[in-house]
Write a protein that binds this ligand. Structure first.
Ligand SMILES: Nc1ncnc2c1ncn2[C@@H]1O[C@H](COP(=O)(O)OP(=O)(O)OP(=O)(O)O)[C@@H](O)[C@H]1O
Ligand SMILES: [Mg+2]
Length: 496
């Protein structure tokens, strides 16, 4: 590599109680390079990035910036050194506008009185968003945006700081294919200006598209750094999980039982246009669509989160009204939301979170059956390979992906007859994905009907028995599993 070294770590080390999160990690980064940081959930990626961005102190080791040793003491200090970070957990403030979020603490001032120049702020924000190629109004409240748009706002905010080293912690997991392409274009633009990027993603397919080098971490240890040309998927997976993985989509054909759910003419004005669907025992129904197609709106309406304007829902042939999530749960529905934090209580331990939606099963005469709670939690921690130093760990202290596994476990444990999974594998590492698919198979075998909302073509194609394509609030096409190609689904999804 001819360009010059911008960042280097030497034996960077960090422990949390019971976890050696980073074990003497040596790492280097060149100007104009995109360097992917890869590893299973809990491998130490976010910890590494947080230390470099000044939001977490290291225990020991050294950090060099352009050859000079630096002691990065705060995010503010990191920014002054030209290091900017987009966090895995969004740090945008929902109550503020997009523009305010982007320029938080640095709003342009009007001379001579130093008052905030709002029109300048708006137009600067507009320009940044235009550069990102996204159609978001800078005046919009961030809380009104979808999760992908919030992520783009966060990215715009970091880019506005004109950093020379940009750290992106799973920025693409919440983005649609189209938005992701834009992000890659922006990354290439930054690269051309010599900006160096560390990029965390669980999407192995992205790597040759965006990066020059890959470093793999496993349990806090650096396994190795490869040029992308040497980094085929099988090699990377082996380095990440320390073994061969086998089948990535372990689909099992399961006999379809009686009809569990029928939806007729479900309508939310301006959002969902008269949706019809049925779901059977043992069936995995995929709903594919691009961001904004209305898939999450559908899930929310069905689960009683948002009110519907018209339409009918039948469970086991019986007409029901679902006007709140608690009614939905009582009727045997479960919903793993797209934003995993929705469903978790961070300050509670893993077992309490896993059994949150199963309290009826877990209590007797009003007393919690601690043994059963513990046993259920143990089972899911094991099956989903949730990395934690102990079962009683507070969920707050788990890595992002492991928190997602807990959210998923909560609903797998709930004994729901109908499960809605919104992007069930987002942010989950390759090994755990396989376990999630296996659990879906097991549930289907027990007669559970699963609605799998996903933007990941390969997983919908492989795992769904039937696929509905959604666009602009309507179901625009339906396929039997195995009858559709990726091109078919994409074409329907964007044509709608
Ligand atoms: N604040 C904390 N307190 C205790 N343990 C923590 C804390 N933050 C992280 N850990 C632990 O440190 C390890 C590394 O976590 P980290 O967040 O760096 O993983 P990651 O590679 O980013 O994973 P993911 O892909 O799930 O985001 C994990 O075992 C995690 O449980
Ligand atoms: Mg992380």
């Amino acid at each position: 590599m001819s360009s010059s070294l911008i960042l280097r770590t030497e034996a960077l080390d960090k422990s949390y109680p019971g976890v050696h999160a980073l074990d003497h990690v040596d790492f280097d980064l060149y100007e104009g390079e995109v360097h992917v940081l890869l590893g299973e959930n809990g491998a130490g990626k976010s910890t590494f990035m947080k230390i470099i961005s000044g939001s977490l102190p290291k225990d020991s080791g050294r950090i060099f910036l352009r050859g000079q040793e630096v002691d990065i003491v705060s995010p503010q200090h990191a920014r002054e050194l030209g290091i900017g970070m987009v966090y895995q957990e969004l740090s945008v403030i929902p109550g503020l506008s997009v523009g305010e979020n982007i320029f938080l603490g640095r709003l342009p001032k009007r001379k001579p009185f130093g008052t905030v120049d709002w029109s300048e702020a708006r137009s600067q924000a507009k320009r940044l968003l235009d550069d990102l190629g996204v159609d978001i109004d800078p005046g919009e409240r961030v809380g009104n945006l979808g999760i992908g748009e919030q992520q783009l706002t966060e990215i715009a905010k970091t880019l506005s700081m004109k950093a020379r080293v940009v750290l992106l912690d799973e920025p693409s997991s919440a983005l649609s294919d189209e938005e992701r392409e834009r992000l890659f274009t922006i990354m290439r633009g930054l690269q051309e200006k010599g900006v160096a990027i560390i990029y965390v993603s669980h999407r192995l397919v992205e790597i040759p598209q965006v990066a020059q080098r890959v470093t793999v971490l496993r349990d806090g240890v650096k396994i190795g750094t490869l040029l992308v040309d040497e980094a085929d998927e099988a090699t990377l997976i082996r380095m990440m999980v320390g073994r061969e993985l086998g089948e990535q989509y372990p689909k099992e054909r399961i006999e379809r039982g009686r009809e569990l759910l029928r939806v007729q003419g479900l309508t939310v004005k301006g959002v969902l246009n008269g949706l019809n669907l049925s779901l059977h025992e043992g069936e995995i129904l995929g709903i594919f669509g691009v961001l904004g197609a209305g898939r999450t709106d559908f899930a929310r309406a069905l689960f009683g989160v948002d009110p519907i304007d018209s339409g009918e829902v039948f469970l086991d042939g019986r007409k029901v009204e679902i006007s709140s999530p608690s009614e939905a749960i009582d009727l045997g529905l479960g919903y793993v939301t797209e934003d995993r934090k929705d469903g978790l209580v961070p300050r509670l331990a893993i077992p309490a979170n896993i059994t949150l939606a199963s309290l009826k099963k877990m209590t007797r005469l009003g007393f919690l059956k601690h043994d059963e709670e513990r046993a259920s939690a143990e089972k899911y921690v094991e099956e989903l390979d949730i990395h934690t130093p102990r079962l009683s760990q507070m969920v707050e202290f788990l890595s992002g992906g492991n928190q997602q596994k807990v959210a998923l476990a909560k609903w797998l444990c709930s004994q729901a007859k109908i499960l809605i999974l919104d992007e069930p594998t987002r942010g989950i590492d390759v090994g755990a994905k396989v376990e999630v698919f296996r659990l879906m198979n097991d549930l289907a075998k027990q007669g559970v009907g699963i609605i799998m909302i996903s933007s990941e073509l390969p997983e919908v194609l492989a795992m769904a028995d039937r696929i509905l394509v959604m666009a602009d609030g309507s179901f625009v096409a339906e396929y039997e599993g195995g009858q559709a190609s990726g091109e078919d689904l994409m074409r329907d999804a964007v044509a709608g």
